[in-house]
Design a protein around this ligand. Structure first.
Ligand code: ADP
Ligand code: MG
Length: 696
């Protein structure tokens, strides 16, 4: 019966294609399907009919309001609710919703980050319906996925460039496919975002200002136990978490989000959710909705969901793997088939990816650069800040042989005899997975693993789509310039030259090893360790030219994105520094002073009795030194933060935060954490790592 429930409820809160077919007059439905499939503008008559049907459907599902749901540059989602009511002359109300309201909204753009675009243009912004992503109901509100643009049509959001990059990739890939005699109706990207997150007790979350305000712990001594026993990964899921995950699945399924896999992750309290992949921009929308649901539903179970890239030191942080492929009318162009060495179409697309990633490693790195992700990239469990590609045992020999002008066969899948008759023999997966690679080929897709857990996946996908579109375009030009030669010979030569010229980006070794850093440097691969190092790539003239050429982002938009990212970095660090100073002065210092006072009193009392309290005296002295040092370090952090905040140039400001504020934060943390290890549990003002990470 459970199956019936799931199939019946799947998509019940989404205005699906089936709903549209049922509710729209046939010609309208047909026209709308064409608009969606061919990605062209919709006319107002059609919009009016769609709006009416959508409203009727929404009212039947209990909706009272509608909203244009969009993704401003801060990466989260925004909504403003308007009710459907209109007043009649007789004072009664009517529930109405017009095509114009469906197609276009007008939020005040001035309150959203815009990276300076607003300064040069009008403050007005428009939200524009994206008919490719279906409308859905959330808390009695009909949500209409939209793009957010300025008065002059500049993108003010994450979605617009993603849609534009999908258009560019589709156009260029179709040119390539035409050379192979393939003429698909649609070429789309497929994206499967694996989402990691932590769940801790809500009471612990509420008891810590750092978690509430910054989403991560800014203090905390090393727990007695970490993840070294490797017992959490795939471990049995604790009942409260299990109950939460069940409701989460139900809620996501109602929204037609194909949640598929859930499991415990490596760090204590860490979990992962992976959906079945979907068309790129829809997958990004659905990942954002998933992140929202994760946070909201956790509170029903007395839990708090942490989506930050590094909520806790000493254990793994959280990422989001961007599984990416491109397909033509359902045919995956990255499917190697049994003989990739002879699969020219596959080799051509593989070559596109290798070249795209090598040429635009800086942009890929910039697309995942945030203050939060800086704590993760290069740390032990995460891919390094160096971008490289892993191809695996099956493909590497093919590529190497091609470069040497040889013909090598890919490894056959190996049949493994497990030595136990009752167990069936299995095939060894051809894509032995190098978990340390930031950009890995895993069977029939690439997996970009540098993305941060709380980031909107638009940015990395915009870069990937555009960079691959550029390679498609180059290939077509290469072929056109050699039209007197046999196409297959020319294409093979292109593939061989591409692998040869971009060989340096392919790395199958351990990405976590120190030697790799030196080796990467020898190969000339960029190693952009921090956000301030990475984001200037967004205003590199060559990169601006790339995005302009393919109609994805113009110079002003790129500049706005750079400024917005730079500002975001400084703002986040400013908040973190403020919270640290606040916690030090208002929580840790009073607690330690009071505790050291109690001990000093004990020393004095014992002295009156003629007892020399050696240990207590020593402890009181150490605690007092700790108080002095915390007091001084908090002031120092405060001063450095104030100085950094006042720097006008966003790039310089970020550098100052990285070079002076972050070290001051680290120094203050070390001082406080060392006191935590010697203070009594009773006096400590916040839950410890032991408390938070190991609850029952
Ligand atoms: P893991 O990396 O944990 O081994 P899987 O191989 O099961 O994970 O897949 C992870 C994600 O990749 C899932 O969201 C899945 O739907 C997605 N995925 C699988 N095939 C493709 C594809 N061809 N294109 C894009 N994403 C894909
Ligand atoms: Mg993965």
């Amino acid at each position: 019966m459970a199956d019936d429930r799931v199939t019946a409820e799947f998509g019940s809160l989404v205005f699906t294609d089936a709903d549209m077919r049922k509710r729209l007059p046939k010609p309208t439905y047909k026209e709308l399907s064409h608009v969606i499939r061919e990605n062209r503008p919709i006319d107002l008559d059609i919009a009016n009919e769609v709006a009416h049907a959508m409203k009727e459907w929404a009212l039947e599902h209990g909706a009272t309001h509608f909203t244009h749901w969009f993704q401003p540059l801060n990466g989260i989602t925004s909504e403003k609710h308007d009710s459907f009511i209109t007043l009649q002359d007789d004072g009664s109300v009517l529930m109405a919703f017009s095509g114009k309201e469906l197609v276009q909204g007008e939020p005040d753009a001035s309150s959203f980050p815009n990276g300076g675009l607003r300064a040069t243009f009008e403050a007005r912004g428009y939200t524009v319906w994206d008919p490719m992503s279906p409308a859905f109901i959330k808390d009695e509100v009909l949500c209409i996925p939209t793009a957010f643009i300025s008065y002059n049509g500049e993108a003010l959001d994450k979605k617009t460039p993603l849609l534009r990059s999908e258009v560019a990739l589709e156009r260029e890939a179709k040119r390539v496919l035409a050379l192979f005699g393939i003429e698909p109706k649609r070429v789309v990207t497929n994206v499967g975002p694996e989402q990691e997150y932590f769940l801790i007790k809500e009471e612990d979350f509420e008891a810590r200002a750092d978690l509430r305000l910054c989403g991560r712990t800014l203090f905390g001594a090393e727990p007695s136990k970490g993840q070294e026993l490797e017992e959490h990964y795939f471990g049995a899921i604790r009942p409260s978490v299990n109950a939460f995950m069940k409701e989460l699945d139900d809620e996501l399924w109602k929204l037609a989000i194909p949640a598929k896999t859930k499991h415990n992750e490596v760090a204590p309290c860490q979990h992962e959710l992976a959906p079945i992949y979907e068309q790129g921009s829809l997958a990004v929308d659905n990942n954002l909705l998933t992140m929202e649901k994760l946070k909201l539903l956790a509170t029903n179970y007395g839990l708090a969901c942490l989506e930050h890239e590094r909520p806790f030191e000493y254990v793994n942080g959280s990422g989001k793997h961007d599984n990416w492929s491109v397909s033509a009318d359902g045919r995956n162009l990255l499917e190697p088939g049994p003989h990739p060495e002879d699969n020219l179409l596959f080799l051509v697309f593989l070559a596109f990816l290798v070249a795209a990633v090598d040429e635009h490693a800086d942009l890929l790195r910039a697309s995942v650069a945030t203050a939060g992700n800086d704590h993760r990239l290069g740390a032990n469990e995460a891919p390094p800040a160096i971008v490289s590609i892993f191809l695996g045992d099956a493909l590497t020999p093919v590529v190497e042989a091609l470069i040497k002008k040889e013909h090598a066969e890919a490894h056959e899948d190996e049949l493994m005899d497990l030595g136990v008759p009752a167990l069936p023999d299995i095939f060894r997966d051809n894509t032995d997975r190098n978990r340390t690679s930031p950009f890995a080929f895993t069977g029939n897709k690439f997996e970009f693993r540098m993305c941060g857990s709380q980031q909107n996946l638009s940015d990395p996908n915009v870069v990937l789509n555009t960079a691959v579109a550029e390679q498609c375009d180059r290939f077509c030009e290469y072929v056109a310039a050699r039209s007197d030669e046999d196409f297959y010979v020319v294409a093979m030569r292109f593939v061989r030259h591409t692998f040869r010229d971009h060989h340096r980006i392919i790395f199958d070794g351990n990405g976590y090893a120190h030697e790799w850093e030196a080796e990467a440097e020898r190969r000339g691969l960029p190693n952009l360790k921090t956000t301030p190092d990475a984001i200037p790539a967004l205003i590199d003239p060559a990169n601006i030219a790339l995005f302009e050429k393919y109609g994805v982002l113009n110079e002003a938009e790129m500049h706005a994105r750079y400024v917005s990212k730079a500002e975001q970095y400084a703002k986040l660090l400013n908040i973190e520094a403020n919270v640290m100073v606040h916690m030090a002065r208002h929580q840790y210092l009073p607690a330690i002073i009071s505790y050291s006072g109690d001990i000093a009193t004990a020393v004095a009392t014992k002295a009156e009795l003629g007892i020399d309290a050696v240990v207590e005296r020593e402890l009181a002295r150490t605690l007092t030194e700790g108080v002095n040092s915390i007091y001084a370090l908090a002031s120092e952090l405060d001063d450095k933060n104030t100085a950094a905040r006042e720097i006008a140039d966003p790039g310089e400001r970020d550098n100052e935060y990285r070079d002076t504020v972050i070290p001051a934060m680290e120094a203050l943390r070390t001082a406080v954490d060392s006191m935590e290890t010697i203070c009594s549990k009773e006096c400590w003002p916040v839950p410890s790592y032991n408390d938070m990470l190991f609850y029952v």
